[in-house]
Design a protein around this ligand. Structure first.
Ligand SMILES: [Zn+2]
Length: 177
């Protein structure tokens, strides 16, 4: 996803003037993921890693980008804004890699035939069995022992349906996290 960016990220000339310019402490850094915010100090956008800084004496709470957070806190330590953001970025990269691998598995589903003649496969840790209707005209998916609502005219369509189901499940789970 690309976002329009600007070139005044953290530029003190863009800073608002109604709040202190230093003396803040870092409260937390939040990875907003796909939701982006605007830096409350310099107006820079998009800010994915939102730094919460607090000026205790003046009781000013700001949500800013990394560069402004560093300047406002003057904290360049291992628990400061940049180091914390770096750790979050590394965690996000690991998560993205894990998700990519999970999706990649869906491209190589290995279907086998059971003794009863049903096609089955392990998909994303779940046991999927393709079960024919009594008269053998349609097929349904049985996912970890529970029947899906959809029925398919062919086994190939059911296999494709299983892949779609797994993809939708992954999308849903990623949407939650
Ligand atoms: Zn800023």
């Amino acid at each position: 996803m690309t976002h329009p960016s600007d070139n005044f990220d953290g530029d003190p000339r863009r800073w608002r003037t109604d709040v202190p310019r230093k003396g803040f402490v870092l409260v937390d850094v939040i990875d907003l993921g796909r939701e982006y915010a605007k830096c409350e100090m310099c107006g820079h956008t998009p800010v994915r890693y939102q730094h919460h800084v607090l000026h205790t004496e003046r009781n000013v709470h700001l949500l800013v980008g990394c560069i402004c957070a560093e300047k406002l806190t003057e904290d360049y330590s291992d628990t400061g804004p940049a180091a914390t953001e770096k750790r979050l970025k590394s965690a996000a990269a690991k998560k993205a890699l894990k998700q990519a691998r999970r999706r990649q598995q869906l491209e190589n589903i290995y279907w086998r035939k059971s003794k009863k003649g049903h096609w089955w496969a392990k998909i994303d840790g779940k046991l999927i069995v393709i079960v024919p209707s009594k008269r053998g005209e349609t097929y349904r998916l049985c996912i970890d022992g529970e029947f899906g609502r959809r029925s398919y005219l062919t086994q190939e369509a059911a296999q494709e349906g299983a892949r779609d189901w797994a993809r939708a499940m992954i999308d849903w789970e990623e949407g939650l996290s």
